[in-house]
Design a protein around this ligand. Structure first.
Ligand code: ADP
Length: 493
């Protein structure tokens, strides 16, 4: 029987998804299940690792059934995952010693403040490409070792394993304790230049090296699993944003993608050079295989599609996210109204956590259409600020932007994105780029696909948004946006 399918496991923050791709890279079937978000205290977020495992396997089985294939026909499994979320489990039994601490969890903010107070920030930043923040795994590991009874001693004796979600699923599937370069680069304890766990950083966090997974190439066989019957290789692990970059076939330096979900995540491929940012962007491993590691610059917008949810749920100006487009299209332009949705502060390039949201330029003539339009435009203006910072850091202009994620379906928003950036915005036919990236990486590892060139030729444009504004108009709009942002900031930049 031919092995012509790839099973992509896309383990996200709110749901586990499994997608079967055929040899052409087309979706044959998919299944998803949500799981519980656990909030033990304000600002704390946990997941039950057993729920993650269970929903991932159940959706995989459902997708196999729906695809009308047998597990024998699956050439390989590729895993992509919510990043930074931290699990510790018993090596002997595979039992978690605590719930997973989710990337959003702020419980270790004081540990980060302490590291900064000790003057360690620049060393962490230089080695890991990250900023010292509770977001990343390192301080979460420390918290678990410090707070779960007996964990530290057991860790030192080699009885405990640490992993991000990719490692956790791999261990349960295959018994192997490994991760890949892309996920390791999000932990705050991995030196992205020398490609190894860093003893000094581990020492700063008091983490025993015995708990760490082996770091392996992103695309390659990590082990085999018999969970679905026949032995199937697990042939890729990749963090979700990097996987989306790969799924967009953005293989070359300078190629960029932006994902428009609840927040927005922009990544620019910087090739084999790890570019340090002067604007507070992150340097991350995009992927590493075929004997080389490639890097990306990453920037995020905290409130992206979430502003559309706010219009719907709090202001009740629209009844669905999709309706934002028709309502915004009822007015010719924003009428001078700008919204800065700094609900949780502003990230790159402003980094003002105390900033709060504002709407400026209201007149008696401003109506529902203007507010909705200003909300949509805030997503593209914020993304443009991040992309501008990236272009400064990489010292080259980004020729075009590939887009994906739920809000990339909004044509008015995508046109505005092209207009404010002054570059074409390219929306591909496959919107499941995160899962597709993992499928591509796994398929390459087992020879289902021969080369990146073959994959690149498969990327198909669904729609191109060509910039329509003159430079004068763009400059005026960007200046008006900047002036609105300045009103939202607590520290004038
Ligand atoms: P996530 O993976 O973060 O849950 P999705 O990629 O599923 O996000 O995108 C959902 C987000 O996109 C929501 O915040 C929603 O408000 C927004 N969204 C979805 N469709 C549209 C649309 N047509 N126009 C504007 N925003 C949209």
């Amino acid at each position: 029987m031919g092995k012509n399918f790839i099973l992509a496991m896309d383990q996200g923050t709110t749901s586990s998804r499994s997608i079967i791709f055929d040899g052409e890279g087309s979706i044959r079937a998919s299944a998803a299940q949500e799981f519980e978000q656990i909030y033990p205290r304000p600002g704390w977020v946990e997941h039950d690792p057993e729920a993650i495992w269970r929903t991932q396997i159940e959706t995989a089985r459902a997708a196999i059934v729906q695809a009308k294939i047998t597990a024998d026909e699956i050439a390989a499994i590729g895993i992509t995952n919510q990043r930074e979320t931290t699990v510790l489990w018993e090596r002997a039994t595979g039992r978690p010693i605590h719930n997973a601490i989710v990337w959003q969890c702020r419980r270790t903010a004081d540990v980060c403040e302490d590291l900064k107070a000790r003057g360690l920030e620049s060393e962490f930043r230089r080695k890991t490409g990250l900023v010292v923040d509770a977001y990343f795994s390192g301080t979460k590991i420390k918290w678990l070792l410090d707070n779960v009874s007996g964990a530290k001693l057991r860790a030192a004796h080699g009885e405990i394993c640490f992993g991000t979600i990719d490692s956790w699923l791999l261990f349960r599937l295959t018994g192997e304790h490994a991760t890949d370069f892309s996920n390791a680069s999000r932990t705050l304890i991995f030196d992205i230049h020398h490609l190894q766990w860093d003893d000094t950083l581990l020492g700063c966090l008091d983490v025993a090296p015995e708990i760490l997974p082996v770091v392996l190439p992103t695309s390659g066989v990590f082990g085999t699993t018999s969970v679905f019957g026949p032995e199937i290789p697990v042939a890729a692990l990749c963090g979700d944003q990097q996987s989306a970059l790969f799924g967009q076939a953005a293989f070359n330096a300078g190629e960029s993608k932006n994902t428009y979900g609840t927040g927005c995540f922009a990544l620019t491929n910087t090739g084999e050079e790890a570019v340090a940012s002067n604007h507070g962007l992150l340097t991350t491993v995009a992927w590493g295989f075929e004997g080389k590691v490639e890097y990306a610059l990453e920037g995020s917008v905290f409130i992206g599609g979430a502003v559309v949810q706010w219009l719907r749920d709090e202001l009740r100006l629209i009844s669905s996210a999709a309706e934002s487009e028709t309502v915004a299209a009822q007015v010719a332009d924003n009428g001078g109204v700008y919204m800065v949705p700094a609900f949780v502060g502003l990230g790159a390039p402003h980094w003002d956590m105390q900033a709060r949201g504002i709407i400026t330029g209201l007149t008696r003539g401003a109506g529902r259409g203007h507010i909705v339009r200003a909300a949509l435009e805030s997503i593209s203006f914020q993304s443009a600020d991040v992309l501008d910072s990236m272009q400064h850091d990489v010292k080259r202009s980004v020729p075009a932007l590939k887009v994906d994620g739920g809000a990339s379906n909004n044509n008015l928003l995508m046109q505005h994105q092209a207009d404010v950036l002054g570059i074409p915005v390219l929306r591909g036919q496959v919107v499941e780029t995160t899962a597709l990236g993992a499928a591509y990486l796994a398929g390459l590892a087992v020879g289902l696909w021969k080369s990146r060139d073959e994959l690149k030729s498969r990327w198909k444009l669904e729609r191109e948004f060509v910039p329509q504004w003159s430079k004068e108009r763009r400059d005026l709009e960007r200046a008006a946006w900047r002036s609105a942002v300045n009103k939202a900031l607590t520290t004038v930049s």
